[in-house]
Every structure is written in C-alpha cells, then in structure tokens.
Design a protein around this ligand. Structure first.
Ligand code: FAD
Length: 277
C-alpha cells in the first residue's frame, strides 16, 4: 500500500547560515520520504533567483523532488517562459502556479491577472511536462465576494489544467471538509491537500493570519495568549493540537498533508511521529 503523501514547504534562505540550516532541515525531514519539497516565490518575484537556486540545489543534490512556486502578478510572459524553461531543463516536474500579492503601494506591471491564466500559459507552453499545483482557500480567499464565486474561480484553475491543490492553512477541520464537499458537488476531482501550519509562536502566527485571512478561532487565540512567553508550552500544545487536526483530516479522507515549515524541521517531525508516520 502506498504511504500517505506528505510534502514540505520552505522559503529561499538569504544567507549562508540560512542555507546551511535549510540543508539540515531537508536531511531531517527526508526520513518521511516526502513526495516533494516546495520553495516559495517572494511577492512580485523578489526572490526569483534565490528560489531558483534553492530549487536547483534540492533537485540536484538530494534524492528528493523540488517544486518551485511561481507567482505571476508582476511578471511578463517572456520572463515566465524563461523560468519555465530553466526548470524544465533541470528536470523539475512539479510547479506551484500562483497569482501572488502585489506589495502594498506597488502598481501592477504584469501581463497576468489571475492564477488560472498562469496555469493556462504553463500548459500552452510546456504541454503536460509539469504537474501543476494551485492554491485553495477553505475559508474563502480574502478578496472574494462570496464562497460561490471563489469556488468558480478555483474551478477555473482546475479546468485550465491544475492537477492538485494545496490549501491555505486553517485550524477548523470543518472548513476543509465543507470545501472538499463543495468541490465534489461542483465536479472538481483533483486531490486537495490540507496545508498545515504548525503552531510554535503566537505573535508571528497572529500576524500571518491577519495578513492572509486565515482564521485563528477565539478559543485558540485565548489559549495561546495565556501561555505568554512560555515558548515550550506553546510548542507542546501546538504539537498536540495539530496532531489531532491532521489525524482527523486523514481519517475523514484528506489525501495527504503539506506542511508550511518556515524552514524548521522540529514541529513537523514531532507531529508526524505522533500520528504514526
Ligand atoms: P487566484 O487563484 O488568481 O485568486 C485570487 C483572487 O482572485 C481570489 O479571490 C479569486 O476568487 C479571484 N479570482 C480568480 N480568478 C478570477 C477571475 N477570472 N475573475 C475575478 N476574480 C478572480 N504567494 C506568493 O507570492 N508566493 C508564494 O510562494 C506563495 N505560496 C502559496 C502557497 C499556498 C499553499 C497558498 C495557499 C498561498 C500561497 N501564496 C503565495 C499566496 C497567494 O499568492 C495569495 O493568496 C494570493 O492572494 C492569491 O493567489 P492565488 O494563486 O490563489 O490567486
């Protein structure tokens, strides 16, 4: 029987120290035999070269597949095609197609407006070479006017050629299960992997969640706030709570798990071990 798929997301490090740390993280997480390690792409291509370098290092110097994220909001077709060709030549087989967000105060200069246009462009230029991942939002994308419109837009990414999706993180299993049910009713058949954000630091999590529109339920807010500066207690609570969330999602049919690691191995490792990986 094939093991439950697991994958891990990194950001491209800026310094040699960060690169060394990521190499260690990759070695530690390698024990879970992940399907792939993905590497984010900074807003408006700000990490283009670092993403490329990190992805090539993983692909060429480890036994694991690397999957670059590629956002399109500030890109031209020519730049995008150049990157796709570099990835294709390096043997990369999976790519994460995103719209991305414009840094505040910047005016859009790109030729793409939505991720579905990038998905269509990748298919048009590279055929079936890439397995294309797209983003999904169980609690609705923060710019959307309604869950129905958001689902239509998600469906467009699938019909233009996405093979699977990874969700924004959430702490309420029902949001994911309801979203998957609605996708099913809308005839969307691709696997939708829950994106899991381990809990290790309350303030950073609250800040991230406010930016990306992921809900921190009130009870969770309160519990985390009560731990104050006690990082060890937050970590222990986080591992327990997220392990239960993952178990419940897998029991109810989630096809696997994708971890937002923030380049740290410890929390994902503890969670996966706790749930029997
Ligand atoms: P889209 O699918 O284009 O959707 C964006 C909004 O536009 C939604 O509200 C949607 O409903 C609406 N929409 C879509 N199509 C249409 C249409 N035709 N007409 C009208 N409205 C439409 N960002 C980065 O910059 N780099 C990363 O590496 C990165 N990695 C991510 C990984 C994951 C797992 C997730 C969930 C998000 C990631 N993001 C990343 C953030 C993402 O770029 C933002 O959430 C962004 O706001 C939306 O990107 P998208 O690809 O979902 O866009």
């Amino acid at each position: 029987m094939k093991a439950t798929p697991v994958s891990f997301e990194f950001f491209p490090p800026k310094t040699e120290k960060g690169r060394d740390k990521l190499r260690q993280t990759i070695r530690s997480l390698g024990i879970f035999n992940p399907d792939f390690f993905s590497v984010t792409f900074g807003a408006s291509g700000s990490t283009r070269d670092r993403t490329l370098e990190t992805v090539l290092e993983i692909q060429q110097q480890s036994t694991f597949d690397a999957a670059p994220h590629l956002s399109c909001i500030s890109s031209t077709r020519v730049d995008t095609l150049e990157l796709l060709q570099l990835y294709q030549d390096a043997g990369i087989k999976r790519i994460f197609a995103l719209r991305g967000d414009q840094p505040s105060g910047m005016v859009g200069t790109g030729e793409f407006h939505h991720a579905s246009e990038l998905v269509a462009f990748i298919r048009e230029q590279t055929g079936e070479h890439f397995h294309i991942e797209v983003a999904a939002y169980p609690e609705m994308h923060p710019e959307s006017k309604s869950t129905a419109k958001d689902l239509d837009n998600f469906k467009r990414k699938v019909s233009t050629g996405a093979n699977s999706a990874i969700t924004q993180y959430f702490y309420n299993a029902d949001a994911y299960l309801d979203f998957v049910d609605r996708c099913d009713s809308a005839g969307i058949e691709i696997p939708i992997f829950p994106g899991i954000m381990p809990i290790t630091n309350y303030e950073r999590l609250a800040r991230f969640s406010a930016i990306c529109g992921a809900e921190l339920p009130r009870w969770l807010h309160n519990r985390l706030q009560d731990f104050g500066d006690n990082i060890d207690s937050i970590r222990a609570f986080g591992v327990d709570f997220i392990s239960r969330l993952c178990e419940s999602l897998l029991e109810q049919g989630a096809p696997g798990i994708h971890f937002y690691t923030l380049n740290q191995a410890q929390a994902s490792t503890e969670i996966l071990k706790k749930i029997g990986f």
